[in-house]
Design a protein around this ligand. Structure first.
Ligand SMILES: O=P(O)(O)O[C@@H]1C[C@H](O)[C@@H](CO)O1
Ligand SMILES: Nc1nc2[nH]cnc2c(=O)[nH]1
Length: 383
């Protein structure tokens, strides 16, 4: 198969499948987490174990990266025991790619079985309390190209990925943000952690002074040239999203300033913070792994308690209505080999049984797809 990028009006479902099938045929790894590395931040991929590396030029229908600081390879491997796929380099519209090409990998990841997408980017700081080198947890975004008609979901909707009209008010997963904040505290890096709003512009120009001021007035804390489109498509596929924006420079917002934005400075700052960000993402991935049980719960189609004789892998699968490939994961994350006792019907019963930490149990509840109570008298989360 050709490895030239799909043309804008081609990115059909069959194209995404063809790329995913090709990757599946080349590696047995089945990642649950995908990481898209921003400018100068691709070092994270080096931390993966049992790496399987695919240069973009070898992957059928994959675009090629043209930007310095974006290596251009897809790396499969294990981080803290969690199978991951890492993009060392992303695609931007300013490179000449259209919206479907920029977001092409995200749909491929979804077909590969990825459930969580972590994105990093380099950005200019707009919030005057931010400093160069700060890491902002993205709580929301302004998809400026999208607001004026350049949304990757424009065109016929592909129902096999998601619905026509997509809610974006919950784009960045609050539980993952909480997990990231907790992890940053544990790492002792709260001092340069921020939480705020990322605004995407098309680039490749950096902002004029008035543009910078206007974006700040709009409510943006940082501005960059990526991420928002990938997040739209990820949410359309139902992926959970976590984003980090490294402030590599402050956007010039004073007319008499002598500061000048440039890509060399952007890459220089990423070098200063790359290890911190890598450490943070690594620890978060480890925690997401421990969170897998709650996620599995979310696939549960039943609120019935497990019956006492449910002791084997397939018993669990059947009970929760889980996909076959998910069941072995559930099994491997159990901390106990005891079967559930007959009277285990509540949230905390399940938490206790699986040996989950207390803070994870509410998550378990929130990921359930059913709103039916577990037992007739169990109606609220703390129940
Ligand atoms: O891919 P990201 O968003 O990290 O890259 C940023 C935006 C431009 O590509 C480049 C500008 O310096 O860095
Ligand atoms: N648009 C934009 N993108 C960036 N990426 C890194 N720094 C900047 C910046 O100042 N502006």
């Amino acid at each position: 198969m050709e490895n030239s990028s799909p043309a804008s009006n081609r990115c059909s479902y069959e194209d995404y499948e063809a790329t995913a099938d090709w990757l599946r045929s080349k590696t047995a790894q089945r990642p649950k987490v995908a990481i898209i590395c921003g400018s100068g931040l691709g070092g994270l991929a080096e931390l993966l174990h049992n790496k399987v590396v695919f240069p973009y030029k070898d992957i059928p229908l994959f675009p090629q990266t043209t930007v310095m600081g974006h290596q251009g390879q897809l790396v499969f491997g294990t981080l803290e025991g969690q199978q991951c796929v890492c993009m060392q380099g992303r695609f931007h519209t300013y490179e000449g790619y259209d919206l479907k090409q920029v977001t092409y990998p995200v749909r491929v990841f979804s077909l590969l079985g990825v459930k969580t997408l972590i994105l990093t980017n380099a950005s200019g700081g707009l919030n005057s309390s931010y400093k160069v080198g700060d890491i902002m947890l993205i709580k929301d975004q302004i998809n400026l190209p999208g607001l004026v008609g350049n949304n990757p979901l424009c065109g016929p909707n592909e129902d096999r990925f998601g619905e026509r009209f997509l809610c974006m008010s919950d784009a960045y997963d609050p539980d993952l943000i909480a997990l990231a904040q907790q992890t940053a505290e544990e790492q002792g890096i709260e001092e340069f952690m921020q939480k705020g709003v990322y605004c995407m512009v098309s680039g490749p120009t950096y902002e004029s002074v008035t543009e910078g001021r206007a974006l700040r007035t709009l409510g943006a804390d940082t501005v960059g040239m990526s991420t928002a489109l990938e997040v739209v498509v990820a949410r359309h596929c139902g992926l959970r999203v976590l984003g980090f924006s490294l402030i590599t420079n402050m956007v010039v917002t004073e007319y008499d300033s002598k500061q000048r934005a440039n890509h060399a400075e952007v890459l220089e700052t990423t070098r200063m913070r790359t290890q911190v960000l890598e450490g943070l993402v690594t620890k978060i991935v480890a925690k997401i792994r421990r969170e897998v049980v709650p996620l599995l719960w979310s696939s549960g189609k039943t609120s019935r308690p497990l019956s006492p004789n449910r002791t084997t892998q397939s018993d669990y699968g059947t009970h929760f209505g889980l996909r076959r490939d998910v069941v072995p994961l559930l099994w491997s994350y159990r901390k106990t080999s005891r079967p559930l006792a007959p009277n285990r019907t509540t949230q905390s019963d399940y938490g206790t049984h699986f040996g989950l930490r207390r803070d994870v149990v509410p998550l378990l509840w929130s990921y359930r797809k059913t709103s039916r109570p577990l037992a007739p008298n169990r109606t609220i989360q703390s129940d």
